[in-house]
Design a protein around this ligand. Structure first.
Ligand code: BES
Ligand code: MN
Ligand code: ZN
Length: 495
């Protein structure tokens, strides 16, 4: 990925991507498209009009340039209405770039060398274009056979904005982080058992210069991590707790991230029906996004101390599995009655949350594919943000927005705590009634946060895995949701 200030029509490339806006009688070429439009003798709008282009975001039209510009192909992508003033919305730009690159990457020869002549008058726009383009190129071919190797694509962002180079470099780090999360989520669960996820973390920590500590099943039972041990005991693949640390000598703040890493969630003895189980390889998406964000934080050298915990286990039914009505002891001593073994995420998260508070963080953020109820509440593209502090919740929702991710604030109603009362232990892992299932999971986690510790909980159950068709820069399967938000939070705490 690079930045070029020359005119896009003169650059040697396999394709040039331009944008156009909706509104008016005809589509309106966007900023960045004028050079190509001139090469088309001012006929770009009319050409798009003839093709029925309207300019809605992500609409893609591919044109043969027939020698008018140096690249043989021009890809025009819709950007919605032109902003009355100022830059084009970052997320619209990223989605448009993603849609264009997805379309180019689906060609048999792949995308090749692509010049992005989308609006990039500011560094932020250039970064948004670069991010979306790289994310749109994503493909997961680990399990495909045959010689479908495509030549790696090259992206050139056409921009003369000051600092465009820095913005594009940061975008590349973010895109690599999201790519890592997606790859880990898409990996078959047999190839990513807890030990494998811990090894992946080891390797990444070494490359990125992160400190790492891995607790294996012995260390976990000796240390009193009853949540991880209880959930993991039904599996032939024992659990792990991974701690990653990035430190900066000038840091004034510490943030702790905690990710749910259930490498496969069968439900345990409270077995899931088949139709809800086939995507449960994605139940480690929170842990993957923590690992990926920690790598990005280290690569960017952020002036913050960041610790990342991955709570990793496989939830399986077997003769050694925990039983509904078993009682386990979370790290730190509190007891939980396990009434439903499918509410396993909160058990492993409780262990890791208690442990994370030993780092005396200024903020704890956990991220988890925690509840099906999250999908009922917010659908498949918007994740939920809960917190024990109204201001923190607002900060996280804003950080997500700045990162280009959709989220929504959700409450932790106090009255839901009574539903988690257990007749034998300190708390039960599920509520008696099913209403507000996402919130009662959040209320459960809140029990394990000390008074005075600022904490936010992101439920990414829906947005982490795309079961529908691809859109914008989002592929089918693992999406990487939450990863950029975590990096953005670290950036805020680095200031
Ligand atoms: N991993 C699931 C939540 C989930 C569901 C994630 C769908 C992504 C898509 C979680 O462990 C779970 O099974 N939660 C239960 C909790 C219930 C038993 C209280 C659920 O939501 O059904
Ligand atoms: Mn479950
Ligand atoms: Zn789960």
């Amino acid at each position: 990925m690079s930045v070029n200030t020359e005119s896009p029509s003169s650059l040697d490339a396999d394709a040039v991507v331009v944008g156009y806006h909706s509104g008016g009688d005809a589509p309106e070429p966007a900023s960045g498209a004028h050079d190509v439009d001139t090469a088309f003798s001012g006929g770009l709008a009319q050409t798009l009009s003839l093709l029925g282009a309207s300019g809605t975001p992500e609409e893609v039209h591919t044109l043969a340039s027939l020698g008018a510009v140096k690249a043989p192909v021009v890809v025009a992508v819709g950007l919605g209405p032109a902003p009355a003033e100022g830059p084009v919305d970052s997320d619209i730009l990223s989605r448009a770039a993603g849609a264009a690159l997805r379309s180019l990457a689906s060609r048999p020869e792949g995308a090749g060398r692509v010049v992005l002549a989308l609006p990039a008058d500011t560094a932020a726009e250039a970064g948004a274009v670069a991010l979306g383009a790289q994310l749109g190129l994503y493909g997961f071919d680990r399990y495909r056979t045959g010689d479908r190797e495509k030549a790696p694509a090259t992206l050139v962002v056409a921009s003369s904005a000051a600092d465009a180079g820095d913005a594009v470099e940061r975008a590349a780090v973010l895109a690599e982080a999201v790519t890592l999360t997606r790859d880990l989520v898409n990996t078959a669960p047999a190839d990513l058992v807890p030990e494998d996820l811990a090894s992946a973390a080891q390797e990444i920590a070494q490359q990125a210069g992160l400190r790492i500590e891995v607790l294996d099943e012995r260390a976990l039972s000796e240390g009193g991590y009853g949540g991880l041990t209880g959930v993991g005991q039904g599996s032939a693949n024992p659990p792990r707790l991974v701690r990653l640390a990035h430190t900066h000598p000038e840091a004034t703040k510490t943030v702790a991230f905690v990710g749910k890493g259930i490498t496969f969630d069968s439900g345990g003895l409270s077995l899931k029906p088949a139709g809800s189980m086939d995507w449960m390889k994605s139940d480690m998406a929170g842990a993957a996004s923590v690992l990926a964000a920690m790598r990005a934080i280290a690569t960017l050298g952020l002036k913050v101390n960041a610790v990342g915990y991955l709570a990793v286990a496989e939830n399986m039914p077997s003769g050694t599995a925990q039983r509904p009505s078993d009682v386990l002891t979370i790290y730190g001593g509190r007891t939980v009655e396990v009434l439903n073994t499918d509410a396993e995420g909160r058990l492993v998260m409780a262990d890791a949350l208690v442990r994370a508070q030993e780092d005396a963080p200024d903020l704890v953020v956990d991220i988890a594919t925690l509840t099906g109820a999250q999908l009922v509440a917010l659908g498949t593209r918007v994740f939920a943000v809960m917190s024990n502090d109204d201001e923190v919740r607002g900060e996280i929702v804003s950080a997500a927005g700045e990162a280009g991710e959709a989220s929504w604030p959700m409450p932790l109603p106090e009255e839901l705590r009574a539903g988690l009362d257990s007749s034998v232990a300190d708390i039960a892992n599920v509520a008696g009634e099913r209403w507000g299932g996402m919130l009662s999971a959040g209320v459960f986690l809140k029990e394990f946060i000390e008074d005075g510790v600022k904490w936010a909980h992101l439920d990414i159950a829906g947005p982490s895995f795309n079961q529908g068709g691809p859109h914008g820069y989002t592929p089918k399967g693992g999406t990487g949701a939450g990863t950029r938000t975590l990096v953005r939070i670290a950036e805020e705490y680095a200031r």
